[in-house]
Design a protein around this ligand. Structure first.
Ligand SMILES: O=P(O)(O)OC[C@H]1O[C@H](OP(=O)(O)OP(=O)(O)O)[C@H](O)[C@@H]1O
Ligand SMILES: [Mg+2]
Length: 165
């Protein structure tokens, strides 16, 4: 897998702050959401934070598995869809939540299921941005976002190399 040029590492603290900032933006929207649809697995984390902030108790998942390379995305498989009750009226009054939108393919797939729902993501890259109604931070397309649940503590080379020891 080729790696993007730039790295955007996100700590738990920062993710919590950014997800809460997304909740503030959604609250300013003034809508009373009848349900949240969380795109697994990445959307589970912001969904927990946003559902708490906005007092949304009806939470549905849409389970999608896809293979990613940095600059391409392979097959996408919907492992579990949405109930008819959540999908009624084109998803009007439903809030869709994901951690980020990159190429926008995942967002397009879920939007097709719920054309009238509101799509929120914490982070957005330029290609995916047109598919998102509300987001917090945009990063460039050649940036990889490193989420805290994918990370561990490791030694970091000094910026000026060769200075160890
Ligand atoms: O805009 P796209 O190019 O479709 O990429 C965005 C999607 O990619 C990641 O999920 P991924 O498919 O890696 O699965 P995961 O959430 O289970 O980690 C991320 O959580 C988004 O759902
Ligand atoms: Mg995902």
């Amino acid at each position: 897998m080729s790696l993007p040029e730039k790295a955007f590492p996100v700590s738990w603290d920062q993710f919590h702050r950014d997800a809460r900032a997304l909740a503030w933006r959604l609250a300013d929207n003034g809508q009373d959401w009848r349900a949240m649809v969380c795109i697994t697995r990445g959307g589970l984390v912001p969904a927990a934070i946003i559902s708490r902030e906005l007092n949304i108790r009806m939470i549905e998942t849409v389970c999608i598995a896809s293979y990613h390379d940095y600059d391409s995305q392979g097959q996408m498989k919907v492992l579990k869809g949405i109930t008819a009750e959540i999908a009624r009226d084109g998803g009007e009054g439903v809030l869709i939540v994901d951690d980020l939108t990159d190429t926008g393919k995942t967002a397009a797939e879920v939007r097709a299921m719920l054309p009238k729902a509101h799509f929120a993501a914490v982070y957005a890259k330029p290609k995916g941005r047109p598919l998102v109604d509300t987001f917090v931070t945009e990063v460039s397309q050649d940036t990889w976002i490193y989420f805290p649940w994918d990370m561990g503590f490791t030694y970091q080379e000094p910026i000026a190399k060769g200075t160890r020891g």
